[in-house]
Design a protein around this ligand. Structure first.
Ligand code: SF4
Length: 360
């Protein structure tokens, strides 16, 4: 078995103005939940996703009304638009003609060779990639019969089958996903895929659940893959407002040091030494820094006993100290601030640091 392909070594594939793969950067993707033919609602949702930090967005394309809406949607959004098509090659052709930045379609499901060629030629002419989406729940019957049930080997075999169809037509702008709702199965499939080919991988644990359980499940699966250097784009799938998917994805990337445009909060778990109302302060500061686009580390600590020293890696922070707070930077106390104003003062200092970061 060959070596794993680290995300920085995958083949670079352009999606709109982004280059997926060939670097250590992972892009955050989400999916609109609106009816795609409802252009107003779809654009409004995508703009909310952009604001939250979404970098690529996918829309469903179940019918011609949806396919013909792509152009109007694209005109009003600022991030690459991926169009999700299941079998119908005509919808793929319309979506491509309308300006889709990528289409998700499995070439093996399109049918006759002329139809596959028509889609591939249209994608080639526009210079857009095709995502092959393998799902453990819908593997080809032939593969299921061979393995008896969905396995990682079967999922990769399915991906290779679709890849070969595209490669035979000299098409190589390919991105692959291998989703499963079983975390171990998904992780194993992505690992095998990273050894089997060097196309960029779109990560996701599908049908992962509600905001709470889905976040934990996605973090477990995607975290294992991030740590191995696997993956080029990701979607956290949640039964929730898709803005939550983006927030969770951003947090995951921050944890692994894979985000260069987001601030991180460090807050203590609190204990009997606590001197301030830490939990509400931590929530307020977390909400505030979610809009900061610089990679700052901000600490909020309940007391000064282990405070500033423990949070030495923080760029800035406050530690509670009997009715007041200690404002500190890089482990050193800068000044005392009254409890009533300490959060506001912290916010002002955060803004200054963020500004200084962008002036550098
Ligand atoms: Fe306890 Fe202070 Fe540590 Fe927070 S920073 S856990 S309050 S000792």
């Amino acid at each position: 078995m060959s070596e794993m392909t680290h995300r920085s070594k995958t083949r670079p594939v352009k999606v709109g103005d982004l280059t997926i793969g060939g670097s250590n950067e992972l892009f955050i993707q989400s999916m609109a939940t609106t009816k795609t033919h409802d252009v107003e609602a779809t654009v409004a949702e995508i703009l909310r996703l952009e604001e939250a930090g979404c970098q690529i967005v996918r829309v469903a394309c179940p019918d011609e009304r949806a396919a013909y809406a792509i152009g109007a949607i694209k005109e009003r959004i600022n991030i690459p638009l991926v169009v999700d098509i299941h079998f119908d090659y005509k919808l793929a052709l319309i979506a491509i003609e309308q300006g889709a930045d990528k289409i998700r379609i499995n070439p093996g499901n399109i049918g006759r060779r002329e139809k596959v060629e028509a889609v591939v030629n249209a994608a080639k002419a526009k210079g857009i990639p095709i995502r092959i989406g393998v799902n453990a729940g819908s593997l080809e019957r032939k593969i299921l019969e061979k393995y008896g049930y969905p396995t990682a080997e079967g999922m990769v075999e399915s991906a290779l089958h679709h890849i070969k169809i595209l490669e035979d037509l000299d098409f190589h702008d390919i991105i692959v996903s291998l989703k499963a709702s079983d975390v171990s199965l998904a992780v194993e499939a992505y690992e095998l895929a990273s050894k089997a080919f060097d196309y960029p991988l779109h990560l996701g644990i599908t049908e992962s659940g509600t905001l709470f359980s889905g976040t934990v499940k996605s973090a477990a699966g995607l975290g294992a893959l991030f740590a191995k250097g696997i993956g080029n784009t990701l979607r956290v799938s949640l039964s929730a407002d898709p803005v939550e998917e983006v927030k969770v994805a951003r947090e995951m990337l921050k944890i692994f040091g894979l985000s260069s445009n987001a601030a991180t909060l460090i807050s203590c778990p609190t204990c009997g030494r606590i001197e301030i109302d830490l939990i509400s302060i931590a929530n307020e500061v977390e909400e505030y820094i979610s809009h900061i686009k610089a990679p700052l580390k901000v600490a909020v600590l309940g007391c000064a006993v282990n405070g500033p020293g423990e949070a030495r890696e923080a760029d800035i922070g406050i530690a509670g100290a009997r009715g007041e707070g200690l404002l500190f930077m890089h482990g050193k106390t800068v000044r005392k601030v009254p409890e009533a104003t300490m959060v506001e003062e912290l916010k002002i200092e955060i803004d200054k640091l963020a500004e200084a970061y962008f002036e550098k």
